[in-house]
Design a binder for this molecule. Sequence first.
Ligand SMILES: [Zn+2]
Ligand SMILES: [Zn+2]
Ligand SMILES: [Zn+2]
Length: 123
Amino acid sequence: MKRNTRQRTRVTAALNSSREFISAQNLHIMLGDEAPSLATVYRTLQGLSEEGAVDSVNRNGEFLYRLCGTSHHHHLVCVDCAATVELDGGEIEEWAARNASGHGFTMTTHIAEIYGRCAVCSA
Ligand SMILES: [Zn+2]
Ligand SMILES: [Zn+2]
Ligand SMILES: [Zn+2]
């Protein structure tokens, strides 16, 4: 348990110093010589992501992670450079709630990301 907490603290601190979404592999490199194993970094990121403590997006089949704002939001993600814009859900929020309750679901969460090329990459 103690060890887990320390890994989480280190992974969270490394995420905190990265402004962009980052892969587990790159995060592992950032942690340097004393880094926990790559498998541990993966597991820690997955746990944090399931708890909603970090956001994850899937870019070209690879999961990227970032510490984001704590309030609910969505993302625009560039598939070339991983530049990210945080978005309010807008009408999606109502759409999700309406469709969930329409099927008798009590919604716990929903995920919606927009993928494409940012202005720089599409220039
Ligand atoms: Zn986010
Ligand atoms: Zn881009
Ligand atoms: Zn939403």
